[in-house]
Design a protein around this ligand. Sequence first.
Ligand code: SF4
Ligand code: SF4
Length: 197
Amino acid sequence: MILPHPGPAAGPLLVAQSFLLMEPPVIITDLVQIKQLGEKKRDENFKFRSFMKSRDHSDRILRRIAEGIQERIDCTQCANCCKTSTTEVTGRDIEKLARHLHTTPERFIADYTMLEEDEGQMTRVLKFSEAAGCVFLEGNLCSVYDARPGICQRYPHLVRGNGSIASRMWQFVDRASVCPIVYNCLEAFKDELRFRR
Ligand code: SF4
Ligand code: SF4
């Protein structure tokens, strides 16, 4: 049983040159503050999303900034994503988790998943309750860490994900009020790209 979503970044801590020249940013991890600030900055973050789409910038630098921030945040002290959002599972995730738990995929589906409506489509997700979060969350730790679904491995999709960070920005406005990594990355990206708040 180890930590929730992303886990430690692989490889050495690399940060962008311009980021290195700045004072290390103050990292906010208090979840009450993250919720308040993420909601307060919602409109600003939508503007920033348009700003990013309309300008050229180095995705490599933004990824390095995101790696640096992810390194400084301990997911075992948070687990807010596992407590607040449902997790979609693919057929491959189900097979892997069933093997990990020494059960069959059919039994796994019955015992650990449920259907959720998402924009008119039914999606299979891990069982989830408002009170306890994901069925596999124990305290702040993931009880199936080595076999956790792919979406959990990539979350919050800043360092790992398909396409550029700008192309994934639509996900981050909502996540900025849930995930300290996302909130702090958006603030650091704004500084890096000299976005006028
Ligand atoms: S919400 Fe973000 S910071 Fe918190 S555990 Fe999930 S990925 Fe880590
Ligand atoms: S399987 Fe559940 S507890 Fe584990 S990382 Fe994914 S959402 Fe969190």
